[in-house]
Design a protein around this ligand. Structure first.
Ligand code: ATP
Ligand code: MG
Length: 423
């Protein structure tokens, strides 16, 4: 029989790493509450047409990365490659976007059939925010302040914020023409994807990662020089707000986002520590998407961040602390002591709401129990045997054992005693 294995690019997250994932999710939830963003949870599977209409047909995501299949009723459905399209679909469906302001955040898996490598997987997780009904640039600055607080609350450092403006529809039409004109001179030198996109989606060529195409793109006309007055004022207002907030940024004229729906301000937080998977959080304004998906027009801005990349940075930057290690390992010897320890452990968990206590199970000699205690990473070991039981007390030792640290604590003194010892 062949060995069963997870699919390529689909990862198991084991406890030590899961603690870091959870830290990312709880930090997002905490920061969201502090900024007044409500959580939204969406289906993993949606109609394929949703993503085609939202993300854009001529994008990598739609052309080559979607997990699409016909369900048993013959309907084409897709695992979500990102969450913004679903948020807009839900917002329209529940009447939340018509003439209203909304602030949402989300967290969950997304799926793209890409070539797996460090920081790039086929199932990955995103944390993101979306704000609707506000033209900005105040709200554009707010979502950046939120993103910065999210990253700094995680303790991730060394990131760079890059921003750019893609302008409104009119400016983009002008720019598109100028870009096609420029790129046409180099048509035969462009990579195959870029050549195909030259006329269908030339802005995407700016985002190419092929070296020769990048060289050509470096000399391309810049969007910044084609902005219409309104978009320029919006961009200036955004920059001013960032400066007021003391948030350092760089303008990157080549910055365009991978998905089609962006307008005006776009941004990315990047790191140099993850090779070519350097973007850890990215977003921008997408004023046309709500109408494009059938809602009444509503301005919108948001960002999404790759949780696996944040976890990789946490592992690199913060010598992976075993966050979940128990503080106390409880050894028991003999049936009577075992039964007493079971109720004592629950009493301690009641009395000390944050205590992380691991109660020995499956018996074992004292030596092997002490071995488990050490392996668990607990700082203290409790021992309850027949002698201790007779005295109504528990032996407390430091793990690993150290001279002069043993103490005998009566049952009723345990919560207070442990609290002092664990301080
Ligand atoms: P990239 O340029 O790295 O492919 P993207 O532009 O396709 O990113 P977005 O669609 O903007 O990415 O998604 C937001 C964030 O989600 C990215 O900045 C990244 O951190 C993360 N992300 C995207 N694709 C993957 C993936 N396949 N595996 C892990 N994280 C990903
Ligand atoms: Mg991508």
């Amino acid at each position: 029989m062949s060995k069963l294995q997870s699919l390529r690019g689909f990862n198991d997250v084991l406890p030590a790493q899961a603690a870091l994932f959870r830290r990312v999710f709880t930090t997002a939830a905490d920061v969201a509450a502090r900024y007044g963003y409500g959580e939204i949870r969406l289906p993993l599977l949606e109609a394929t047409t949703l993503f085609k209409r939202a993300v854009g047909e001529v994008t990598d995501v739609i052309e080559k990365e979607m997990y699409s299949f016909d369900d048993r009723d013959g309907m084409s459905v897709s695992l979500r490659p990102e969450l913004t399209a679903g948020v807009v679909r839900a917002g329209i469906e529940h009447g939340l976007l018509h003439n209203q302001q909304q602030r949402f955040w989300y967290a969950g898996p997304a799926f793209r059939h890409e070539r797996p490598q460090a920081g790039r997987y086929r199932q990955f997780h995103q944390v993101g925010v979306e704000a609707y009904g506000m033209v900005g640039p105040d709200i554009d600055a707010e979502v950046i302040a939120f993103s910065q607080r999210f990253l700094t609350s995680l303790g991730i450092g060394g990131l760079k914020l890059e921003i750019n403006s893609l302008g409104g529809s009119e400016a983009r039409a002008h720019y598109r023409a100028a870009l096609i004109e420029y790129l046409s001179h180099f048509e035969s030198d462009l990579d195959e994807d870029s050549r195909r996109r030259l006329h269908s989606n030339p802005l995407r060529v700016l985002d190419s990662k092929v070296p020769r195409t990048r060289e050509i793109v470096a000399g391309a006309p810049q969007l910044a020089n084609h902005l219409e007055d309104e978009s320029r004022a919006h961009f200036d207002g955004w920059r001013q707000a960032l400066e007021d907030l003391g948030i350092a940024y760089e303008i990157n004229p080549q910055l365009v986002r991978g998905l089609d729906y962006y307008t005006r301000g776009v941004f990315e937080w990047t790191t140099t520590e993850l090779g070519s998977q350097g973007t850890v959080l990215a977003g921008g304004r997408y004023d046309n998407l709500v109408a494009q998906l059938g809602g009444s027009p509503s301005p919108a801005v948001g960002w999404a961040s790759g949780v696996e990349r944040l976890v990789l940075l946490l592992e690199k930057q913060q010598a992976a602390a075993a966050v979940d290690a128990p503080e106390v390992y409880f050894c028991t010897l003999g049936e009577a002591a075992e039964r007493r320890a079971r109720t004592l452990a629950e009493t301690l968990r009641n009395a000390m709401p944050t205590l992380r206590l691991l109660l020995n199970a499956g018996g074992g000699k004292l030596k092997s129990q002490l071995g488990r205690a050490e392996k668990s990473g607990a700082r203290l070991t409790l021992v309850l045997g027949e002698a201790e039981l007779a005295q109504g007390a528990v032996q407390v030792k430091s793990t690993p054992p150290a001279a002069g640290t043993d103490a005998l604590l009566p049952f009723e003194a345990l919560p207070a005693g442990l609290a002092i010892l664990l301080r």
